[in-house]
Design a protein around this ligand. Structure first.
Ligand SMILES: [Zn+2]
Length: 284
């Protein structure tokens, strides 16, 4: 059994997509699959049928569980008298668990001066490849505000992890000179977090490093226009300075945090003067 909760939710059993009678049945499965242990009927009926009196909410829960069981087949749900959960032995694959586990490996691995090792970069690349779209993208259930709030919290946490991963991948790719890849990651980071100026600067630097300073400046202008039309604001000073540096061809990594670390790292590794000059990109 495989649960795909990143993007519009779907369940596959032996490679075949499973159908659900109602959205609430699927929402209940999502909720149960992401919680440890059993959850009381009381809590579930309050979360999913908050507007119903207790007896009717319990009856709805019973009906929905029965429908869920016929969709999934026997052996996947632990439906107790008081509490419900997934059967311990069912152990479905869940895309979110895989994503979190890959990011978790990297977060817990200590690196010299914050430079991720290759194995961690591979884990991050696999994690962002799993993240097809936001948690339960385009999916909602009516009249279940607590579920909606929980859904939004989960989505936000996952987005933060994705941004964290994309930032590291973009910067590592910039530092190692794999510029097209760096641009791909930086674009994705920028698209998911459109007002993040660090993401914008990383993308601009990627363009400039790959010999397209014009694209970097155009990107700045698009951002400036967006900020102005949305909030009547101008980009922050650091951003304007960065734009000026790119315009004058006198830019380096110093505006991007962690890049100084990269400079030291490269120096310590005794890289040749030419490569250092290329990476530091202090253009004359
Ligand atoms: Zn590592």
């Amino acid at each position: 059994m495989r649960f795909n909760w990143l993007g519009n939710p779907s369940v596959e059993k032996d490679g075949v997509r499973v159908g659900f009678e109602t959205r609430k049945a699927l929402a209940l499965l999502v909720f149960l699959s992401m919680r440890e242990g059993l959850i009381s009927r009381e809590a579930l009926s309050l979360i999913f049928w908050p507007d119903f009196e207790r007896a009717r909410a319990f009856a709805n829960l019973r009906r929905t569980l029965s429908s869920l069981r016929s969709s999934l087949g026997e052996g996947f749900l632990d439906i107790g008298r008081d509490a419900i959960g997934l059967e311990n032995k069912s152990q479905p694959e869940i895309d979110i668990r895989e994503f979190q586990s890959l990011v978790g490996i990297v977060r817990s691995h200590r690196h010299a001066e914050g430079i991720e090792c290759q194995s961690c970069l591979n884990s991050l690349a696999s994690a962002v490849a799993l993240y097809k779209a936001d948690f339960l993208f385009g999916f909602n259930v009516k009249n279940a505000e607590d579920f909606e709030e929980w859904q939004n919290d989960q989505r936000e946490n996952l987005r933060l992890s994705l941004a964290w991963a994309l930032e590291r991948l973009a910067k590592a790719s910039l530092l190692s000179g794999v510029l097209e890849t760096a641009l791909d990651y930086a674009k994705r980071w920028t698209l998911m977090d459109v007002y993040n100026e660090r993401a914008r600067r990383t993308l601009m630097l990627g363009y400039a490093l790959s010999g397209r300073p014009g694209a970097a400046l155009q990107h700045y202008e698009e951002y400036e226009g967006l900020l102005w039309s949305s909030f009547g604001e101008k980009p922050c000073e650091e951003m304007r300075e960065f734009r000026g540096a790119i315009g004058s061809g006198n830019y380096d990594f110093s505006s991007l945090e962690r890049v100084d670390v990269g400079k030291r790292f490269l120096r310590d590794k005794g890289k040749g003067e030419d490569e250092r000059a290329r990476l530091l990109l202090v253009r004359q």
